[in-house]
Design a protein around this ligand. Sequence first.
Ligand code: C5P
Length: 436
Amino acid sequence: MRLLRNGQTRAQHSSRHSGSSRARILWSVKHSDWGTTMLSGKRILLIVTGGIAAFKTPELIRLLRKSGAAVTPVLTRAAEEFVTPLTLSALAEEKVYSDLFDLTDEAEMGHIQLSRSADLVVVAPATADMMAKMANGLADDLASTLLLATDTPVLVAPAMNVRMWQHAATARNAAQLRADGVQFVGPADGDMACGEYGPGRMSEPSEILAAIEAMLADGPLKGRHILVTSGPTHEPIDPVRYIANRSSGAQGTALARALADLGARVTFVTGPADVPPPEGMDVVPVTTAVDMLGAVQAALPADAAVFAAAVADWRMASASDQKLKKSKDGQPVLEFAENPDILATVSQMGAGRPGLVVGFAAETNDVIENATAKRARKQCDWIVANDVSPATGIMGGSENAVTLISADDAESWPRMGKDDVARRLAARIAAELDGK
Ligand code: C5P
């Protein structure tokens, strides 16, 4: 029996609510608040490849078991150098598989069966080598064969040296895997076992658990992929200066979380925001508008795309690669080039356009008129308009007052917390996609 945080059972809780409000309340509870059994009845096939981050895998198994999941570990030969099958088998309380040519196991279940009986295949840690095999369909050991044979959703938690992660070959493989529908958690930035600093560190077990729970969550958006942009962009002037704006990323982050709570697979493309990115989704950090457009295009196709980022309209025509110096000849003249309009580009892309494209419009005057004209000009389906004049305290604050503008309607919502705006908008998106 699942207990909600206040000790009610799910049935007791549900009986107080009915219809859509009941659904909203159940689905909007943050996953980790469900208590300890969110994954009960789920089976995870956990593939462990040979990286030092394999030392975190026992903790991941412990958390998965605590959340109610059954875990079948599969180790590559290299992984056995970092973590013992006995440790994993003791924690999982299951047999550990490690050899493609174990005839007894072949007779018992076969490797195809092993991959298909799971609700989710998780590769943690995923080395650059395993990602390359997956991207190219190679199958030369049990782990890679299972990955090629499966029709189950796959989540990878990359772990490698920063230069390996940034190598063009790994970037190509990651893009290919994303295009194939594989989901990512991490890698994170941080100190690495090899002494370097940067992206490549495997996400913490709690973050991997959150991503697994999000992928297996039920809700009206289950099976849907939704792209969300958020935060400001930074446009470099020289190596130490940039043009930015006051967006905190709070509304986009809340929206991404609300969509994931309804069961969506969310790709979160974020500029350098003040608030930390949500857990349990594929987070793609970017800096400039041009980077953001590239990340958005790489993340498509999507069922819906929501553009909550405050994208700089202009960048430097050519950013200086050296720090600009004071000069006796007067002030520097900054020459600008126009940034791509990401929302308009995706709205007008024809084939491959997400079924629902939503923009935001931050205005300081004539909010509804300006936003209505903007929706028509950019050709998105909806615009979420808000008044960001300083007196409202909305930009950087915790509340928002929005008007949802579609082709034939303008609906003003009362002022409410950004989390509530997010939940309400996520529910509207779910209802819209349900009708498609
Ligand atoms: O034109 P304006 O910046 O007011 O439009 C705001 C909307 O357009 C937001 O949804 C924002 O994310 C999006 N936008 C964009 N790319 C730009 C400028 C704005 O996606 N270069």
